[in-house]
Design a protein around this ligand. Structure first.
Ligand SMILES: [Fe+2]
Length: 247
């Protein structure tokens, strides 16, 4: 099985990920060696700090620099995307310019600590444009950990949720990340890699350690997003919070 990584910070010098071309190439070679054949380049975009066109121009320049050095035999296929930081203003933006290879999917990063204002209405507006929001690293969001029904509600509206590979090795987040995948409340696993050191817990490493078809199921979702084809059928189930974990 080959893998698809839909959340990475590999474009050189665009955000807090790969700092230069050399770092980008090193990450890509390592990804390919571990079985990752498709990589979305999802640089951070903060709508409150930067104009959309300025971000797109910076991203394009870095992409061209990377493509010039890219090698078909030793590196995965690449597509442009973005990790769009949530603000209610994104409902008014031309989100196709930020979606994964101008597909019908958009990676959206929510606040870790505060339930985002108007989240339900904004997600509905995005969905009404035929774009499916993928909520990035939901295992980090304290309000979802506290009350998983809040996340379930957004998934039932039509959003997808992504878990980061290193959360599955992290004491504080592992239980919540695992139960989200088990209950189909999260569907996608991605590395969110910023530097080569993070690939120790990347997708390729996870392939060896995760059992029970989890990685295969997550790959089926990631592949559908990559190909912009219908998603596997899934039924999210409620997660109950217990004193020391979830059920
Ligand atoms: Fe990220």
């Amino acid at each position: 099985m080959t893998l698809t990584d839909l959340h990475t910070h590999i474009l050189p010098g665009v955000d807090d990920g790969a700092k230069d071309l050399e770092a980008s190439l090193e990450i890509l070679r390592k990804q390919k060696k571990s079985g990752v054949e498709r990589v979305a380049l999802t640089s951070h975009f903060y709508p409150m700090r930067e104009e959309l066109q300025d971000f797109l121009d910076r991203r394009q320049r870095a992409y061209e620099e990377l493509l010039y050095a890219w090698d078909v035999d030793t590196m995965p296929q690449l597509r442009l995307g973005a990790e769009v930081h949530y603000s209610s203003s994104i409902a008014d933006m031309d989100l196709r310019k930020l979606s994964l290879a101008q597909s019908d999917y958009l990676l959206v990063e929510l606040s870790d600590t505060m339930v985002p204002a108007h989240i339900e209405q904004v997600l509905k507006i995005i969905l009404s444009q035929g774009i499916t929001p993928i909520l990035a690293h939901v295992e980090r969001c304290a309000y979802f950990m506290e009350d998983p029904s809040k996340l379930l509600h957004l998934i039932e509206l039509g959003a997808l949720a992504q878990i980061t590979t290193r959360a599955l090795h992290n004491k504080r987040r592992q239980k919540f990340a695992e139960i989200c995948l088990q209950k189909n409340v999260a569907q996608i696993i991605a590395s969110d890699v910023h530097g080569i050191w993070e690939l120790k817990t990347g997708l390729g490493a996870l392939k060896e350690s995760l059992s029970g078809g989890t990685i295969e199921r997550a790959e089926a979702f990631a592949r559908a997003v990559w190909d912009n084809t219908p998603l596997p059928v899934f039924e999210p189930e409620p997660i109950k919070r217990k004193l020391f974990g979830y059920a």
